[in-house]
Design a protein around this ligand. Structure first.
Ligand code: ADP
Ligand code: MG
Length: 585
């Protein structure tokens, strides 16, 4: 890989500058001090030239350094810490390929509005610019720029504290996102007087400065919302991120407005609450006359706000980013600003006002919710005794266990494993579900699981498709080394979507979608000293998951499913250019 063997710890220890040159420090030391000074508690990364010593120095500052096996997973961990804490997660990578691997996660963070900072070692830019063929030569700064919110290049040690502070501010301000710092080898190795270096550190004022929406925007929004006959509130992960749970609850409960959450907003209001219209999404799209969107985007996940939506609908949209307004459809009442301040203003403007909503609207959504709930229950019942188990068989077992452990954070990725878990598992607390989100990518599972456990100290359960797990499986070993309270549940149906793909040509090779229905993922966990289980029945699964959560130790459960459980692309098969059965050779 990109990292070359590094010298043994004794020769790389921070004291290198200490005994011999007590009054001098390197850029690496300044970086460690700058991160500490701004309040960074965890750094996720993978060391090698030129950042190994910097990682030791970071640890020396009392910052937790979580060393991964793949940079992408370290980045997913940093992004998840950012989402859960509202403070940027920090990723450290080596130059060239390590940088590129990490950048995948930083780009994904930017798309999902998670604040994070990727700090990457980089070769001397004067040599890169002259194409001199230096070690791991890559113009990382310009490679990162198009996929991040902001980018800085440090060529001098004295610039490091300012780069860190500005990166922090950029990551959390306005729409949060990923920020890149190109930490060049000359800057990392530069020597400064200790006193001079300490003077560079400063406390930035007001690192997150919320901006309030203007009062006309608030008036307009309240006017439209209160006059709605069939209103609904759509909660997105921006609402969860903003940590304004009480304000959202007040708005919904005081004015009796039905709500439906996007997947990572689940639990902001309880999925099973009396105003939850979680299972009435299509009805709301078709029939609501006003939908207030709180921290969500009318992107592909919401049919771009048209087509399936009532053509006469009026959208009220609360978002920190003015450029989000009118993206796919005109927004009748844009409310641009920080979510907390926007909700304060709306709630205060609504004082003494009542909603014009027809009582029949809420009653019909509640009736529909009841019917749908019965349907889901029947589905669990019908699949209960399928052997080998299907997705819903396993989820029927997991559902009550997670309901009894509401403070467990759920990480979820896969195709059918994602869609079915989202539908089956109710959430009752905010910011307790992290999934593959806006890009619907695979390969966030182990990183997000580790980031969630490190950032919150809570227990985490990751429900993973067998394919999804493959992208990040090796980093289960990281969870083991750091002794985290995590449980990985792998739904093995032997393939991408399922394990019954048939090659279109006569070949002994597996079909493109086929993995291994007989794989024993539990053995992989054993290699790293985890508690592991291989389960074939609902009873075995129930026992394994209950024990795993209670143990607060790294556990891995390989759940044997049927190879024909699951369909191509899960719930989004319509996005394929053509269904597989229509492909001709
Ligand atoms: P979902 O996938 O759940 O629909 P998105 O990630 O698409 O959520 O949308 C989240 C939205 O929330 C983004 O448009 C983002 O600008 C907005 N947002 C994020 N943080 C805040 C905040 N603190 N205040 C207001 N809006 C925010
Ligand atoms: Mg699968």
């Amino acid at each position: 890989m990109a990292t070359t063997a590094t010298p043994a710890p004794q020769s790389t220890a921070p004291q290198k500058q200490g005994p011999h040159f007590p009054d001098q420090v390197t850029g690496m030391y300044i970086l460690a001090r700058a991160l500490k000074n701004i309040g960074i508690e965890n750094v996720y990364g993978l060391v090698g030239i030129p950042i190994t010593e910097a990682a030791y120095l970071i640890q020396g500052q009392g910052i937790r350094f979580v060393g991964f096996r793949h940079e992408q997973q370290a980045g997913m961990a940093a992004a998840t810490e950012g989402f859960l804490t509202k403070k940027p997660g920090v990723l450290m990578t080596v130059s060239s390929l390590g940088f590129m691997n990490g950048l995948t996660a930083t780009a994904n963070a930017t798309v999902n509005c998670y604040p994070m900072i990727q700090i990457s070692g980089a070769s001397d830019p004067t040599m890169v610019d002259m194409n001199m063929g230096t070690y791991e030569q890559l113009d990382q700064f310009n490679t990162a720029k198009p996929v991040v919110k902001a980018a800085f290049r440090c060529s001098h040690a004295k610039d490091i504290p300012s780069a860190v502070a500005r990166a922090y501010r950029a990551a959390v301000s306005g729409r949060p996102g990923g920020v890149y710092i190109d930490m060049t080898t000359p800057a990392l190795g530069e020597i400064m007087d200790r006193d001079e270096a300490e003077k560079l550190l400063y406390q930035p004022v007001d690192l997150y400065s919320p901006v309030a929406p203007n009062s006309e925007a608030v008036d307009r929004a309240v006017e439209i919302l209160t006059s709605a006959k069939r209103p609904a509130i759509l909660l997105g992960k921006g609402a969860a991120y903003a940590q304004v749970d009480d304000k959202i609850k007040t708005l919904i409960e005081k004015y009796n407005i039905p709500y439906f959450p996007m997947s990572m907003a689940k639990g902001l209001m309880p999925d099973d609450g009396p105003l939850s219209a979680l299972s009435c999404r299509s009805t709301i799209m078709k029939e609501a006359d006003v939908v207030m969107i709180i921290g969500a985007r009318l992107n592909w996940l919401l049919s771009f706000g048209k087509g399936k939506w009532n053509p006469a609908i009026k959208f009220v949209q609360l978002d920190v980013d003015p450029e989000e307004m009118d993206v796919n459809v005109p927004i009748a009442a844009p409310v641009v600003g920080d979510m907390g301040l926007a909700l304060d203003a709306i709630l205060s403007r609504m004082q003494g006002k009542s909603m014009a909503a027809a009582p029949a609207w809420l009653a019909s959504l509640q009736a529909e919710t009841k019917t749908k709930a019965a349907k889901f229950a029947a589905r669990i019942d019908q699949t209960k005794s399928l052997m080998p188990m299907h997705h819903w068989t396993a989820l029927g077992v997991i559902k009550p266990i997670l309901a009894a452990n509401p403070d467990v954070i759920l990480i979820n990725e896969g195709a059918n494993t994602l869609d079915d878990t989202r539908d089956a598992i109710s959430m009752s607390l905010p910011r307790h579900r992290v999934d593959c989100a806006t890009w619907a990518i695979m390969g966030m599972g182990m990183g997000s699981m580790i980031g969630a456990a490190v950032a919150t100290g809570k227990s985490v359960v990751a429900i993973e498709g067998d394919s999804a797990f493959g992208f990040s499986g090796m980093d289960f070993s990281t969870a083991c080394r750091f002794k985290l309270p995590v449980t990985v549940v792998i739904f093995n149906n032997g393939g991408i979507y399922n394990g019954v793909g048939v090659p279109l040509d006569k070949t002994d090779d597996p079909a493109p979608t086929t993995l291994d229905i007989h794989a024993r993922y539990d053995k992989l966990g054993e290699a790293f000293g985890a508690q592991t289980y291989y389960v074939q029945t609902p009873d075995e699964l129930s026992k394994a998951l209950t024990e795993s959560i209670a143990s607060k130790k790294p556990c891995l459960i390989d759940v044997q499913l049927a190879a024909d459980s699951g369909k191509e692309s899960g719930h989004i098969g319509y996005l394929n250019p053509a269904p597989l059965q229509d492909i001709t050779v």
